[in-house]
Design a protein around this ligand. Structure first.
Ligand code: ADP
Ligand code: MG
Length: 717
């Protein structure tokens, strides 16, 4: 009676896969030659532009000088010549809408000529600088009425244009900002650029206070680590939940999970390594400095991290990393899953955003130096971060809030939903000393002395890395670990830059014109520790005690997206964003609306999937099995034997539960209206259905179970 399920044919097809050799051979294709070969880089511009034009565009890129129409025309021409010589037929303004995804609209370089028998290639400065996609179906959170559906894309010359190759043609991609016709930003890039500008201005004030005369542009920097799962395509396509929701909504725990810890940093499986090599090559071509790759904690989980770059470029590159991971996986018969929690019971995926700020003249400003003078400057920047994180903890929680990340934050494997700062013992001790008053204003000639003679050398990649902290100092940068694996890093970076800007502004105000700079620094740092030291926590963020302790300290613990999103429109948040011209009240409101809408849509899809899979895949198999057990029992009885009945009773009870739970979910779902209904009514109802289905998985004949199991998805590749 058994017919092969989608699942059994999936296993058969995977077992038949020939081992994949990588198509990449870095001996023939040296990474040095490959790197940046598909980017319209500064080097390419230098080669292709007239010296005056090159100088002028460089000023725009490095220092934000205004671009003249004439320069734009020349750059456009060079860009077109470069792109078409490499086989591009189309160009696209690429933008980053508030869904967190990447959007592009392709236009051909070629227009038919008047005579109709030849195509001429047109691409002028105007076309490079501005595009007008019909953008009415991108989320705008109420900013854009449909009768004013126009949106504009504006070229961001600070992020290099690149060629995206596919088997079916090459496209010149131009990174752009996306704004409404009334000028509001509809994307993640526009506010990121604005926040970087604001941060530069305030960071310079601090540097000037410390006596620096020549100060190059101070850029926020970001190095995002991306975690992901790889699952064979054949399994993926027989799991409607993975396919449509990005995560499994059912699945009993496998006999073997991640308890042996044998996957983390283990040998990378051949098939995966072939995939990774090709990912690296594609990223190199795009000028993305892919650096590390390794197995992560959960079976089937991996990580990739490029070297850090200027935050804006890093954010664009991060979007490309996600695109390339998915695309290359597909060509290897794999699916790259970026969801934060695709499998219950094993670790989820995060995106640790390493973040700092620095300039060509002063270097990394979160790098403690060797002299008291450097130390003082470092402590001011570090103190500014601590103050900012405490003051705007709610905002930092809101920018990482999503239906998917809720499964991670607070589930004992990822940082908790309580935002705290891990400093490491040494640095925490330094701030403790500052709090104690230190050795006040004793002054040595030419140096600054702020309570601690010289900072002990802080280990760069400190060995005692705290995996439980959402925001950790890691020797020369902070690592925002609460960001989810599928999220754009744009919005978290906007938040970090903006709140740090406010802190630096505040501190600069206290230090500028101080008669005794030394005493003023000491004073402001002490005030920061007194007022905001509560956010510093070096202990175990997963522990029950921390939750209690955090409550005592008055730190917010916003467990769900429904609780967290309100911070977007909090008075203090609106004020800081408006003050530094990063986002207006309307723009913040739109972001709040969109995040809420996304959340509800996501749970809505998941609830429908649970209802459908439980009803149409699980219920028929389970009730048929119950019927077959019952028939078997009748037959045995007919010949005078007693039939075993324990399994039959269990299955019947579970099938009855299942029917009731599906009905309960349907009614919770139908009644859901507010975001909180989805969080506190629909999600728990989904979980009830899941529990029953997972129990059935343990009872039903294996050859009839319709869904690939955790065991199969996590371990077969
Ligand atoms: P780990 O897994 O130990 O945290 P990784 O090497 O995986 O470290 O990633 C660390 C990331 O931090 C890299 O992307 C690295 O380039 C980045 N990073 C290093 N210095 C800075 C900095 N000054 N600003 C931003 N990111 C940085
Ligand atoms: Mg890491």
């Amino acid at each position: 009676m058994t017919t092969p399920t989608g699942r059994s044919s999936a296993i058969a097809s995977i077992a038949g896969r020939t081992p994949t050799g990588s198509s990449v051979n870095f001996l023939d294709e040296s990474p040095k030659n490959v790197f940046g070969s598909n980017t319209f880089s500064i080097a390419v511009m230098k080669r292709m532009l007239k010296p005056e034009t090159y100088d002028s565009i460089l000023l725009t890129i490095k220092s934000g000088h205004k671009l003249s129409e004439h320069v734009a025309d020349e750059v456009a021409e060079a860009m077109r010549n470069w792109a078409t010589s490499k086989g591009a037929t189309h160009y696209a303004h690429v933008f980053f809408p508030l869904t967190g995804s990447t959007a592009e609209k392709h236009d051909s370089f070629y227009d038919p000529s008047d005579t109709g028998n030849e195509a001429i290639s047109k691409f002028k400065g105007k076309v490079l600088i501005q595009g007008e996609p019909d953008a009415s179906s991108f989320p705008n959170g109420g900013i854009r009425a449909t009768h004013r559906a126009r949106g504009y894309t504006a070229w961001d010359p600070t992020s290099p244009a690149y060629l995206l190759e596919s088997a079916n043609g090459t496209t010149l991609c131009i990174p752009t900002s996306f704004i409404s016709w009334t000028g509001e930003s509809l994307d993640t890039k526009t506010p990121l650029l604005k926040s970087m500008q604001a941060l530069d201005k305030q960071a310079r004030r601090i540097l000037a206070i410390f006596g620096h005369k020549e100060i190059a542009y101070v850029a926020a920097t970001a190095g995002p680590e991306q975690e992901y799962f790889l699952v064979d395509k054949a399994f993926y396509f027989s799991r409607p939940d993975l396919l449509a929701a990005g995560r499994t909504l059912f699945g009993a725990q496998p006999p073997k999970g991640q308890e042996f810890e044998d996957h983390y940093f283990g040998a990378i499986p051949e098939r995966v390594l072939a995939f990774m090599c090709e990912v690296d090559r594609e990223l190199y071509k795009l000028g993305i400095p892919s650096k590390t790759r390794h197995n992560e904690v959960a079976p089937g989980q991996f990580e990739i991290a490029p070297l850090f770059e200027s935050a804006n470029v890093a954010a664009d590159h991060q979007q490309l990393v996600m695109t390339v991971l998915k695309k290359v996986a597909d060509s290897h018969g794999l699916i790259c899953i970026l969801h934060e929690k695709p499998f219950a019971g094993v670790n989820g995926s995060g995106k640790h955003v390493n973040w700092s700020l620095g300039s060509a003249t002063q270097g990394n400003l979160l790098d403690p130096g060797d002299t008291p003078h450097d130390n003082a400057q470092f402590l001011v920047f570090a103190g500014a971060v601590i103050r900012a994180v405490d003051k705007y903890a709610g905002l930092l929680r809101a920018v990482v809030a999503s239906a998917a990340n809720d499964h991670r934050l607070g589930a004992n494997e990822a940082p908790p939903a309580i935002i705290s700062v891990y400093l490491g013992d040494q640095l925490a001790d330094v701030f403790e000393q500052i709090k104690g008053g230190g050795a006040t204003s004793s002054r040595q000639r030419g140096t600054l002395h702020i309570g601690v003679d010289v900072l002990p050398p802080l280990p760069k990649d400190a060995g005692d890395r705290n995996r439980t902290s959402p925001f950790a100092f890691t020797g020369n940068r902070f690592e925002f670990r609460a960001v989810g694996s599928s999220q754009s890093i744009g919005t978290p970076l906007v938040a970090l830059n903006t709140i740090l800007t406010e802190s630096l502004d505040y501190i600069a105000g206290k230090l500028e014109g101080a008669a005794d700079l030394n005493a003023a620094i000491q004073h402001v740092l002490k005030e920061i520790v007194d007022e905001h030291g509560r956010v510093i926590f070096n202990g175990n963020g997963y522990s029950e005690e921390w939750h209690e302790e955090a409550a005592r300290r008055g730190l917010p613990n916003l467990k769900t997206t429904a609780d967290a999103l309100g911070a977007y429109v909090d008075h203090s948040v609106v004020e800081v964003f408006e003050k530094y011209g990063v986002l207006s009240h309307e723009e913040l409101h739109s972001r709040y609306e969109i995040a809420m809408e996304q959340y509800i849509k996501q749970i809505n899809v998941e609830a429908k999937l649970v209802e459908e899979i439980a009803q149409t895949k699980i219920f028929p198999v389970a009730s048929a099995y119950a019927a077959s057990l019952a028939t078997g029992a009748t037959h045995l009885k007919a010949v005078g034997l007693t039939a075993p009945s324990a399994t039959l009773h269990k299955v019947v009870a579970l099938v009855t539960d299942l029917e009731n739970e599906i009905a309960a979910l349907q009614s919770a779902h139908a009644a859901a209206n507010e975001i909180s209904d989805y969080t506190f009514k629909v999600l728990p109802a989904m979980l009830e259905v899941r529990k029953t289905v997972d129990a059935l998985e343990a009872l039903l004949p294996d050859d009839q179970w319709p869904l690939p199991t955790y065991q199969e998805m996590l371990f077969i590749r």
